[in-house]
Design a protein around this ligand. Sequence first.
Ligand SMILES: *Cc1c(COP(=O)(O)O)cnc(C)c1O
Ligand code: SF4
Length: 361
Amino acid sequence: MEAWQKMLQASITSPDRLTRRYGVDPRPLTEVAERYPMRVTPYYLSLIQSVDDPIWRQAIPSVEELEQGHCCADPLDEEEQSPVPNLVHRYPDRVLFMVCSECAMYCRFCTRKRKVGKQQMQISGDTIAQGLAYIRRHPEIRDVILSGGDPLLLSNEQLEGILKELRAIPTVEVIRIGTRMPVVLPQRITPALVRMLHRYHPLYINTHFNHPDEITPLSAKAISRLADAGIPLGNQTVLLRGVNDDPQTMRRLMQKLLAIRVKPYYLYQADLVLGTEHFRTTVEEGLEIISALRGHTSGMAVPAFVIDAPGGGGKIPLLPSYLQSLGDEVVLKNYRGDTYRYANAQPKPEELFQMVVNQKN
Ligand SMILES: *Cc1c(COP(=O)(O)O)cnc(C)c1O
Ligand code: SF4
């Protein structure tokens, strides 16, 4: 067994382990952990500084998870958009392919809380073969995103088996892996894993840091190994109440990510997932965070703020309104709130005609 697998085995999976260390009454949390599995690696647990801090809130069950709220089990209609089990084909040229049902840690805000780490998420050699066959049959798929669960929880051999099959499909241009391992179990990013991944370029990794305290010497080292293997790294952050819902925390997170060679990719408005209502913020708060980033710090540090539309509509980008009005003169507002005017070009005759048609409709 590899060292990271031993660390995974030493994870805490039930709330009674919290009593000794934090003096928390585990009884009300037991019901929660029965409904939604709990697993916290010793490493991630060591990042907790106090009860209910941003690290705690992401990792430790809360009775608030039993509230109903506005949320539903599968708000993004992933099951509806799965032509074969565990593969979501929502966009024309890319698919989300779930290849592992478990995670090193069960994040309390997870979008796939309905199934991740539970019996009903059935991933087997057979479902993986069905997914690969679907990708082979659909040459329009040029980008495959391996997800789960966490694909890096598979052994190097299992993961390589899938990567090899994908690379043998000539129409697959890009492979992406979505993983939280650098954040919750950075010891997983071993030299052997990185050497293996390096053979399957172009391969991208999107990781999932939500708070600046998650960037530690160990997670930075894991990231550095991946970056040194030429793997472009992006980060997806979920906007979470009580974790990162203020501009200072978010700015620090994005700056620290750039400093470890990770490009902030998406900032997600929290999905309407059953059991996660207590993490939701308003959309206005997300826009405020983007306003506090753009212009105020490196443009490279600014992710796209998106809502994944309920009902499977896909990711929809949201921007604070920098554009005041269009026309002969375009009126713009900069990051400080000052107004600027830009003289627009004259439309070509056919564009004018199209504008008239559009106005009539
Ligand atoms: C997020 C997502 C993708 C990838 O979207 P990009 O904008 O290309 O990163 C693909 N399929 C599904 C189902 C997704 O949720
Ligand atoms: S690692 Fe990702 S899939 Fe797993 S519980 Fe966390 S958010 Fe969900």
